[in-house]
Design a protein around this ligand. Structure first.
Ligand code: ADP
Ligand code: MG
Length: 638
């Protein structure tokens, strides 16, 4: 007897569900897309326990006719296409007729729906693919689907679900994306009893951006408006100051469908190339409309990648669309310098040409500059402040506190050199020659004994020591000092947090808030103490270093971004990265004039740490050239 049988419908639906329905967010996506296809003007989503125990999607769309209500749950039951010819001109989000069947196969579903043609509605209840009840009922026009106990009959799937709050985060992410792609529809997401998202549905994308990301983001975006014979591109591009460290704040829509596309993201990167630092990604909401014939959306039901038949054209158009938006709107930023220097600031043409890796945000430098010029009048944080930040604090007017006597420092340094052992001088390419070498402990550079020659380009400290000329990159060096301090405290389980005199309120997305609630302990250990402030915002009360609000916010968001995108497994690496970020933001920037006292204390700090010769990113902090090399260069000797 043969072994092959045809699977029954329930079994094949369960298998299909494995592909389409991965988690509560995928259920929500399918149901909300059905509501959009049904022409709804308002869609409300409610979830409990991250959607695992309960999901409800209610719309005011067309409703389902009584006769269709049960059939809608059959596999390949769809009202959206009639034959394969229609596949080439799909204007709806769904067309496979798989979603309802798949969802009903792995949960308990209740459908309540009514069309305008009927004076009564219909109620259908299905459990694990079996119809339990069908009856007439009174209800408004539109559709409500309730999905309970997702994966209750597929334990293997259930096991893969994450924490409720993480699942809730995924749901709010997908609802946000769909809402941004459909400003003409009002969306509401209620999670665990409270409203997480509510968009106006007034067909204005900017108001939708406002309701999802908050006003701080909405006021920093520029309109995109571009069209040629083949394509229409609209949306909003964020100014450089709201760029983030991952792509989570980039949403791209193709013919109203949320998609992912490498071609498009690289065109966006290219347009921002000179405006953003490395590893920063622009905020963007981009709507692209092209002839559906030119795209293949039928790649995979659950994946969002699309294929274009004319990638080059798409790249070029997106690049121009975004670039035009950036160039036609002056990227004016008012720098809060107060007093005399409170002029708006603009990128000059020259600055725009600076390659991405070297671009430095101007505002910070201006702020630093201001601090320098107003040294005398700035209050120093009190002595009781955590000593880890001495170096950061000391960077400002130096009062001579905490400065180790020079001899001691030198001695300490000397013994360190002996411990570390012999010469390990690494050669560094500097221009054409190879005469500049990176100093290292083996090279033995008692920096505090050196004579300060001066500061070059407000960035490099020049020192003379014995017959060597030493150059210290002030930012890299300070970064190293701060990093070592933070790391040491972290390893010793000492608190890194410092109370902010004025707590900082940050607007975030609902998903980010959920994540921060989940990872409170992790952030606490890094020195960030915050609490939920309602309305998708948090109030930050303590941070790991004493800085200006803008840089604290930047550091916090940067840490949040990469922690959110990192996988849990490499926790130590995440901590290191987080501390690097904090150190970088806390450290004295390049392009800042330093006085002799400041230079001296920086050098002493540098000597005290374990690995003073590279910054946390591995770049050298100290270079040197010998008198001999110079004399050779000047042909004094051969
Ligand atoms: P698809 O969306 O691919 O057609 P689904 O399984 O998601 O398949 O839905 C099956 C059918 O049920 C749809 O084609 C549509 O006719 C009907 N339907 C589902 N949800 C709704 C809704 N919210 N409003 C009106 N009709 C709906
Ligand atoms: Mg569908």
């Amino acid at each position: 007897m043969g072994k092959i049988i045809v699977l029954d419908e329930n079994t094949s639906n369960k298998i299909a569900a494995g592909e389409v329905i991965e988690r509560p967010a995928s259920v929500v996506k399918e149901l909300v897309e059905n509501s959009i296809d049904a022409g709804a003007g308002s869609i409300s989503v409610e979830i409990r326990k991250g959607g695992i125990s309960y999901i409800r999607v209610t719309d005011n769309g067309s409703g389902i006719a009584e006769d269709d209500a049960v059939i809608a749950f059959d596999r390949h039951a769809t009202s959206k296409i009639r034959s394969s010819d229609d596949l080439y001109s799909i204007s709806t989000l769904g067309f496979r007729g798989e979603a309802l069947a798949s969802i009903a196969a792995v949960s308990n579903v209740q459908l309540t729906t009514r069309t305008a043609h009927s004076d009564h509605g219909v109620y259908v209840e299905i459990s694990a693919g079996n119809v339990k009840e069908v009856k007439q009922t009174g209800c408004p026009i539109g559709t409500t689907l309730v999905v309970k106990d997702l994966f209750f009959n597929t334990p293997a799937r259930y096991k893969f679900l994450k924490k409720d709050s993480t699942e809730a985060g995924y749901v709010s992410d997908i609802v946000s994306r769909i809402a941004l792609g459909n400003p003409q529809i009002s969306f509401r997401l209620i999670s665990g009893g409270s409203t997480a998202i509510h968009t106006p549905g007034n067909n204005d994308l900017l108001s939708t951006i406002f309701s999802i990301y908050g006003k701080d983001t909405a006021k920093e975006v520029l309109e995109i408006n571009y069209s040629d014979s083949k394509i229409k591109i609209s949306g909003y591009a964020g100014k450089p100051e709201i760029a983030r460290s991952n792509r989570s704040h980039q949403s791209i829509y193709l013919n109203r469908r949320y998609i992912k596309s490498k071609v498009i993201t690289s065109a966006i990167d290219e347009a921002y190339k000179t405006l953003l630092m490395k590893n920063k990604y622009a905020f963007i909401v981009l709507n692209i409309e092209i002839n559906p014939m030119l795209v293949d959306v039928n790649v995979h039901p659950a994946k969002m990648e699309v294929r274009f038949s004319n990638e080059q054209d798409i790249f070029r158009s997106v690049y121009h669309a975004v670039n035009n938006a950036l160039m036609h709107n002056p990227l004016v930023k008012t720098v809060g310098l107060g007093g005399t220097d409170d002029k708006p600031f603009q990128f000059t043409e020259k600055e725009k040409e600076i390659p991405r890796t070297e671009y430095k945000p101007q505002s910070l430098d201006l702020e630093r500059h201001f601090l320098m010029e107003h040294q005398e009048t700035i209050e120093l944080p009190g002595d009781e402040k955590s000593t880890v930040f001495e170096c950061a604090i000391k960077d400002y007017p130096d009062t001579g506190r905490n400065v180790k006597p020079q001899e001691n420092a030198a001695e300490a340094f000397g013994s360190k050199v002996r411990e570390t052992g012999g010469m390990q001088t690494e050669e560094v390419q500097a221009g054409t020659g190879r005469q500049w070498t990176a100093a290292d402990p083996g090279g033995g550079v008692p920096l505090s004994k050196a004579r300060i020659v001066g500061q070059a380009f407000s960035t490099y400290i020049m020192l003379e020591l014995g017959d060597e000329l030493i150059v210290v990159d002030q930012h890299a060096a300070h970064e190293r000092i701060v990093f070592e301090g933070l790391k040491k405290r972290y390893m010793n389980n000492e608190p890194l947090s410092q109370m902010l005199a004025a707590p900082l309120v940050l607007e975030l997305t609902h998903q980010e808030i959920k994540f921060l609630e989940d990872e409170k302990d992790f952030f606490y250990k890094l020195g960030f103490i915050y609490e939920n402030f309602g309305n998708n915002s948090i109030v930050l009360r303590s941070v790991p270093y004493d800085g200006r609000n803008s840089s604290i916010k930047e550091a916090f968001l940067e840490v949040l971004d990469f922690v959110m995108t990192s996988s849990k497994s490499d926790c130590n690496a995440i901590v290191d990265d987080a501390l690097y970020t904090i150190a970088c933001k806390a450290a004295v920037k390049a392009n800042r004039k330093l006085g002799d006292i400041e230079i001296r204390s920086l050098l002493e700090e540098l000597e005290r740490i374990e690995n003073p010769y590279t910054c946390p990113h591995g770049r050298p902090t100290v270079l040197k050239i010998t008198k001999h090399e110079l004399e050779k260069k000047f042909k004094r000797i051969i």
